[in-house]
Design a protein around this ligand. Structure first.
Ligand code: GLA
Length: 738
C-alpha cells in the first residue's frame, strides 16, 4: 500500500492532502477564509501560484484586507471557497445557512485550527466509507467558527492511501446559549475553475432508472435533486464533472457521490467569472434542524473521485471503494446466489403447491435460491392490505405447513430460501394501522395522499422502528431464512411527525432516513447470515447509503433486456456489478411487451448478479436446457463478473451496438458482452475492441480454439457480426491467458 499524507505549509497557510494519485489543496486566505485551490493529479509540492487574484469587481462586496483596510480586490463573491456562508458577501449558493433566534440567517465561518488523524473517524448513525487499519487513510479536520452565532463548523477530509478518493463531511456544533435552526448544511462544496465543464447526471423513473445524461453548464444554476423521501429512481445522488473531450477511457472526470438515501440536492452554479460551485448534501427544501446549546448536527458523507482515465477510471475507483470499504458483512465478497423469484410468475396469486412447483422445477436447473416475494403475510392478496402485519398469511400457506414448511422443502431441495418485506410501510387495512393510526406519517387535519394504496410509517419515532423490528425478528427467529429483499414502494408526502414539536418538523425527513438506517443496522447485525437485498419499486433507492447495509440492490422492475442495457450501463457509472441484481423474465416482457430471445435476456442479466423471475412451467424443455446452460456458464464465471473489473466499451445511449467487458484483477481472464439492439438491412460494419488486457500476453478463446495477442484484442478488435439476423441479439466471448 502506498501512503496518504497531509501537510500544512504554515508560511503560506496551505493544506495539501496527497497520495500517489491525487492532490487536494486549500488555503487559509486573508481574514481566515478557506479558499479552494486544486483537486486533481498528484503534485509533489505547491508554490502558492494559485493564490486568488485580487481584482476589483463592482457589486461584489469586499472584505477587510490588511488590518483595518478594505481590500477592493478581495471579495467572497468571487473567491473560490471550501464552504461558503450565506448573506455575508457571497451571492452564490451557500453551503451553510443557520437561522438565529433573532431571525437572521447569515453565516460567516472563519478558520480557527486543524487536527490530523490517522485513519478515518466513525460517523455515528450514518452510512460511510470505512477503513480497516489506520494506515489506509488520513483525516484532516478543520475547525471554523462563526463568532456571532457562537457555532463551530468542522470540515472533515479523508484521503485514502491508495485510492483517488477524498471523503468529505461537515458537522455543526452550537457552542452558544441560543437555539439555532440549521436550514442547510451541505456535505461537500467544490469550487472548480476548469473551463467548459460538462456534467453527467443519472435521471430516471420507475422502470427507467439511471439514464445517463450529459450537458454543458450554462451560467446560473443547474440542479439535480430528490425531494421524495428516498434517493429515488428519478435522480440518483451522484454526478460526474467532465471535460468536453472526456470519453469512457480518456480525459478527466470528477465524481461526486453522496452516501445518503434520503432527500438530496446537487447544485452547480456557474458564476460571472466562469467558476463553477458544486454543492451536494441533504435537500434544503423542507429541511431544518433545531440545534440546542451543545448539540451537534452531522451531514452525510460525500465521496469525491478524480480520474484521468475517463469515466471508466472514475467508475473503477467507485466500484472498488463501494465494494471494499462501504459494503460490509459476510456477503461482501461472497459469491451471490442465483435466485428464482416468484413475483412475475405468480404476483399475489400463489399457494404452497404453486411455490413447491416452482422450486421443484428450479432445483434441477442449478438455481440456488428461491425467493418468496410479496403476498406471504397478513391477509395480503393484493397491494391494498397488510403492510405492517409481518406475520405469515396462515390461510394462504396452510396446505403446505406455512412458511416453515416452504422453507423446509426449499432447503430439502438443496436451495436457499428468501422472503420479501417492506418494513417502512403500512396499509390502512392492517392490524398495525388499526391499533396505531398515528404511526403513519401525516399532517393533522389534512388527508394522507395515497400511493399504491399504502402509507409510510413514521420511522423518525423509535417506538415505530421497534415495533417493526420485533415483528420481523419474530419471523426470522421462527423460520430458517437466508435472504431478505427489503422493498420501499412509495415516496413520502405530508411529512410530519406526531411525536415532534412544531420547531422540529423540518427534521422528520432526515430522521426518517436515520430510522431506516437504524433498523437496517439492527437486523443485519442480529442476523449476519442473512443476505439482504435493497429494493424500492425496482432501483428507487440504489445508493451508497443503502449499500453500507445491503451489499446488493434490485436494479429495476423493468427486466426488458433492451431497456436494461441502459439501466445497467447507467448504474455502472457509480455502482459495482456485485451490487446490481438482474433477472431473466418472461417474453413478452411484462413491463414493455417486447419479445426477445432467452439468449438476449440471459446475456443482459448475466452482466449483473444473476437470477430468474418467471414461470418455469410455461417454458419448453429446450428453454429449460438453455437455462441450465446459462446457470452453469454464470457459475463458471461468477467470480469474474461479480468481483472482476468492469469496463464499459460502447454505450446504449449512443449506439445500436453495445459492449462491455469484465477483466480479472491479474488480467488473465476476460469476458466480452456484445449486444446489437435493432437489426438493419445492409448493416454498417462495427468494430469492437477489448481493453485493459496484458498487451504482451496471449489469450485463448476456448469456444473457438483461437488464440490472440492481448495487443491484437485491444487494437485490432473484432467485427460485431451478430450470430443471427434479428432484433435484440447478443454474444458473450470468453478469453483466457495461455
Ligand atoms: C416492488 C418490487 C418488485 C416486487 C413488488 C411486490 O415493485 O420492485 O420486485 O417485489 O414490489 O409488490
Amino acid at each position: 500500500m502506498t501512503s496518504a499524507s497531509i501537510f500544512f505549509d504554515a508560511e503560506n497557510k496551505v493544506f495539501h492532502l496527497k497520495n500517489d494519485q491525487i492532490s487536494y489543496l486549500f488555503q487559509v486566505e486573508t481574514g481566515d477564509i478557506l479558499s479552494h485551490l486544486y483537486f486533481g493529479r498528484q503534485i509533489a509540492t505547491y508554490h502558492d501560484q494559485r493564490r486568488y487574484p485580487r481584482i476589483d469587481r463592482g457589486f461584489s462586496p469586499n472584505l477587510a484586507g490588511d488590518p483595518g483596510q478594505v481590500d477592493r480586490g478581495y471579495s467572497k463573491d468571487t473567491l473560490r471557497q471550501e464552504f461558503s456562508g450565506f448573506d455575508t458577501g457571497d451571492f452564490r449558493q451557500p453551503a451553510v445557512v443557520i437561522r438565529a433566534e433573532n431571525g437572521a440567517q447569515a453565516t460567516d465561518f472563519r478558520y480557527v485550527d486543524y487536527e490530523i488523524q490517522a485513519g478515518k473517524p466513525n460517523l455515528a448513525d450514518l452510512p460511510q466509507a470505512y477503513v480497516l487499519a489506520p494506515e489506509e487513510a488520513k483525516t484532516l479536520i478543520v475547525r471554523l467558527v462563526d463568532a456571532t452565532l457562537d457555532a463551530e463548523l468542522y470540515l472533515s477530509y479523508t484521503i485514502f492511501a491508495d485510492r483517488p478518493v477524498i471523503a468529505r463531511t461537515a458537522k455543526l456544533i452550537n457552542r452558544g446559549t441560543q437555539t439555532l435552526q440549521v436550514e442547510k448544511l451541505a456535505s461537500v462544496q467544490l469550487d472548480v475553475i476548469e473551463n467548459q465543464l460538462e456534467v453527467i447526471a443519472l435521471h430516471g423513473a420507475h422502470l427507467r432508472e439511471r439514464q445517463v445524461e450529459r450537458k454543458s453548464l450554462p451560467h446560473g444554476m443547474t440542479s439535480f435533486a430528490s425531494h421524495r423521501g428516498g434517493s429515488s429512481h428519478h435522480m440518483n445522488p451522484f454526478i460526474a464533472l467532465v471535460a468536453p473531450d472526456t470519453t469512457e477511457d480518456s480525459g478527466t472526470a470528477i465524481g461526486v457521490q453522496l452516501v445518503y438515501s434520503g432527500n438530496h440536492q446537487f447544485t452547480l452554479e456557474k458564476d460571472y467569472v466562469d467558476q463553477v460551485r458544486v454543492l451536494a448534501g441533504i435537500n434544503e427544501q423542507g429541511f431544518s434542524w433545531q440545534l440546542l446549546p451543545d448539540e451537534a448536527f452531522q451531514a452525510p458523507e460525500a465521496l469525491l473521485v478524480y480520474s484521468e482515465a475517463g469515466l471508466n477510471g472514475m467508475s473503477q475507483a467507485y466500484h472498488h471503494l463501494l465494494r471494499e470499504r462501504v459494503a460490509r458483512g459476510r456477503f461482501q465478497y461472497a459469491p451471490r446466489p442465483i435466485v428464482i423469484n416468484n413475483w412475475e410468475a405468480t404476483y399475489f396469486n400463489f399457494d404452497a403447491e404453486k411455490i413447491d412447483h416452482i422450486v421443484d422445477q428450479a432445483a434441477p436447473l442449478g438455481i440456488e435460491m428461491f425467493v418468496l416475494d410479496d403476498g406471504w403475510f397478513g391477509h395480503r392478496d393484493a397491494d391494498k392490505s397488510s403492510l405492517g402485519d409481518w406475520y405469515e398469511y396462515a390461510d394462504k400457506l396452510k396446505s403446505g405447513g406455512g412458511l416453515a414448511g416452504i422453507s423446509q422443502r426449499v432447503h430439502n431441495r438443496g436451495m436457499q430460501f428468501g422472503i420479501w418485506i417492506e418494513p417502512e410501510m403500512v396499509s390502512k387495512d392492517s392490524q398495525l394501522y388499526q391499533a396505531h393510526p398515528d404511526y403513519a406519517i401525516q399532517i393533522p387535519n389534512r388527508d394522507m395522499t395515497p400511493s399504491r394504496d399504502q402509507y409510510v410509517l413514521d420511522f423518525s419515532r423509535q417506538e415505530v422502528v421497534d415495533a417493526i423490528y420485533d415483528q420481523i425478528a419474530a419471523i426470522l427467529d421462527d423460520v430458517p431464512i437466508d435472504y431478505i429483499k427489503w422493498d420501499m414502494n412509495r415516496h413520502l408526502t405530508e411529512v410530519y411527525s406526531a411525536a415532534l414539536p412544531a420547531a422540529q418538523q423540518g427534521e422528520v425527513a432526515h430522521r426518517y432516513v436515520l430510522g431506516v438506517y437504524q433498523l437496517a443496522e439492527r437486523l443485519t447485525t442480529a442476523y449476519p447470515d442473512i443476505l439482504f437485498e435493497g429494493c424500492s419499486g425496482g432501483g428507487g433507492r440504489f445508493d451508497a447509503g443503502m449499500l453500507y447495509y445491503f451489499p446488493q440492490s434490485w436494479a429495476s422492475d423493468n427486466t426488458d433486456p433492451v431497456d436494461r442495457l441502459k439501466i445497467q450501463y447507467g448504474t455502472s457509472l457509480s455502482y459495482p456489478i456485485s451490487s446490481m441484481t438482474a433477472h431473466v423474465s418472461a417474453s413478452p416482457n411484462h413491463q414493455t411487451g417486447r419479445l426477445s430471445s432467452l439468449t438476449m435476456r440471459g446475456d443482459v442479466a448475466m452482466a449483473g448478479v444473476f437470477g430468474y423471475e418467471l414461470d418455469l412451467s410455461q417454458l419448453s424443455d429446450t428453454d429449460k436446457t438453455q437455462i441450465s446452460e446459462q446457470v452453469a456458464f454464470y457459475k463458471t464465471h461468477r467470480d469474474l463478473i461479480q468481483y472482476g473489473d468492469f469496463y464499459r466499451i460502447e454505450s446504449p445511449f449512443e449506439s445500436n451496438d453495445v459492449a462491455w467487458q469484465f477483466v480479472s484483477a491479474d488480467k488473465t481472464e476476460t469476458l466480452l458482452f456484445q449486444y446489437r439492439v435493432l437489426s438493419e438491412g445492409q448493416p454498417p460494419l462495427h468494430l469492437t475492441k477489448l481493453s485493459h488486457l496484458a498487451s504482451d500476453k496471449t489469450y485463448l478463446e476456448p469456444a473457438t480454439g483461437q488464440v490472440f495477442g492481448g495487443d491484437e484484442l485491444m487494437t485490432v478488435g473484432f467485427y460485431n457480426v451478430p450470430l443471427q439476423q434479428a432484433d435484440f441479439t447478443s454474444r458473450v466471448r470468453y478469453f483466457k491467458q495461455v
